[in-house]
Design a binder for this molecule. Sequence first.
Ligand SMILES: Cc1cc2nc3c(=O)[nH]c(=O)nc-3n(C[C@H](O)[C@H](O)[C@H](O)COP(=O)(O)OP(=O)(O)OC[C@H]3O[C@@H](n4cnc5c(N)ncnc54)[C@H](O)[C@@H]3O)c2cc1C
Length: 456
Amino acid sequence: MKYDVIIVGAGPGGIFSAYELVKKNPKLKIAVFEEGYSLEKRKCPIDGDKVKSCIKCKTCAIMNGFGGAGAFSDGKYNITNDFGGTLYEHIGKKEAIDLMKYVDEINVSHGGEGTKMYSTAGTKFKKVCIQNKLKLLDASVRHLGTDINYVVLENLYAELKDKVEFFFQSPVEKIEVLEDGYRISYSKGAVECSQCIVSVGRSGSKWMETVCKDLDIATKSNRVDIGVRVEIPAVIFSHLTDELYESKIVYRTEKFEDNVRTFCMNPNGIVVNENTNGIVTVNGHSYEGADKQTENTNFALLVAKHFSEPFKDSNGYGESIARLSNMLGGGVILQRFGDLVRGRRSTAKRIEEGLVTPTLAATPGDLSLVLPKRILDGIIEMIYALDKIAPGTANDDTLLYGVEVKFYNMEVDIDENLETKYKGLYIIGDGSGVTHSLSHASASGIYVARRIAETI
Ligand SMILES: Cc1cc2nc3c(=O)[nH]c(=O)nc-3n(C[C@H](O)[C@H](O)[C@H](O)COP(=O)(O)OP(=O)(O)OC[C@H]3O[C@@H](n4cnc5c(N)ncnc54)[C@H](O)[C@@H]3O)c2cc1C
C-alpha cells in the first residue's frame, strides 16, 4: 500500500494538514495514523464518583485521539506571535498571522460561528498593568469553549472521513527512509508514502526523540515552565476576563529578576488533572455553555526555567518536581494561599471552611515541600502584584493547585518549510518544539500542506 502523504498524529497539526491537502488536491491518497481513539470513543474514566483521580490508562483519552491534546481543551485560539510558539521564526511573522486567521475562519465555518473573538487592541488594562509592574501581551483570542471546540472537531471529522483514511489505535513505531519516500511501521503492519508529516504533539515527545536519534536529525532542549494553577472567585478577575477573556500578563520578580506569567485563563471554569506519560499535573478548562460554568476562574502562574550547559534534560527536571508532588499528594496538591504564606499545610477542614470551593478534588498539602524556593517566591510575588490590578487575588482563601508544568518538546532541526534534512519529511506542531498552542500547531499544518500540494 502506498500513499501520497501519511500524517502521523490526529491533533490540530495533523487535522489541519489533512484538511488543507484535501482542499488543495482532492486526488491525493492520504492516511492519518493516530495512537488514540476516534473522537466519540475518547472517554476519561474519571467520573468523580467511582473513579476520582487518574488511573494512568495506557492511552490517555485526554491527550490522545482525534483532536489531540486540544480536544477537551478550552479551545482558545490565540492569534499572536507574542506567545504560543515560534512558528514565525521559520515562516515569517505575517505568514504566521495570516495562517492563524485562516484557521480561525475554518473553525468559525465548522461550528464556531457565534463564538466571541476578544482582543487587547486599545484596552485600558495595558496602562493599569504597566503602572503596577505588569506587562499585558498583545493578542486576539477566539474562545470556542470546550463544548463548541468538540463540535468543530466533529464537523471536521465528518468532512474528512470519506476523503482521508484514518487509522485509530495505531501508534506509529518507526519511520524508515526509502529511496523514493518513507516506510511507516505501525502496531498492525507497515505502509509506504512519498511524503510524511509528523505531528505527534507533547504526548509523542519521547517517541519523537527516538525518531530523531534513528534518523540522525539534530535537536536541542533547554526550557521547562513550572508553577501552580490559581483558583479564585470569578468576580475578582471579571473586569479583565469580560473584556479580554484571557489576559497574558508577565511580571518580573524583584528578588531574582525571573519572569512569571499568567497562562491559560479559564473564566467560570474548572481545574482538571492532566496525565503526561504517567505523571499527573494540573490544567484548566472552561465551557461556553452557561449551564456548565462555575463561580470560579482559574489560571496558571508559571516561571520559565532555561538551563545552560552541561544540563540538557529540562523536561526531566520538570518531571521530577511533578513526581514529587505525586509522591506526596498521590496526584495534585492543593493549598490555600493563606496557608502557604503562613508556612503551614492546608487540611481538608481549612479548605472546606474557606470561601472558595475547589473545582478539582486534590489532596490538601504543602506546596513549599515540592516547588523550589526560587519558583515559589516568584509566584508569591506575582500574586501580590496581581492583587493590585485585581484586588482579592492575594486573599487567604485563594486556592493553589500544584504542580502545573508546561513541558516543551525538544526543538527539532527543520528549515523554513518545516522540512527535515530528508526531502518530504516534515515535523510540525508541538512535536517539533516550534509550536506550543492550538493556533500555531494548526497553522503549521496548513503551511506544510500547501508546500506539499505545490510539490506533488
Ligand atoms: C487540557 C489542555 C488544555 C489546553 N488548552 C489550550 C488552549 O485553550 N489554547 C491553546 O492554544 N492550547 C491549549 N492546549 C495546548 C494544545 O492542546 C496543544 O498545543 C495542541 O493540541 C498541539 O497540537 P498538535 O497537533 O501539535 O499535538 P497534539 O494535539 O498533542 O496531537 C498529537 C497527536 O498525535 C498522537 N500521537 C502521538 N504519538 C503518536 C505515534 N507514535 N503514532 C500515532 N499517533 C501519535 C497523539 O495521540 C495525539 O492525538 C491545551 C492542552 C491541554 C492538555
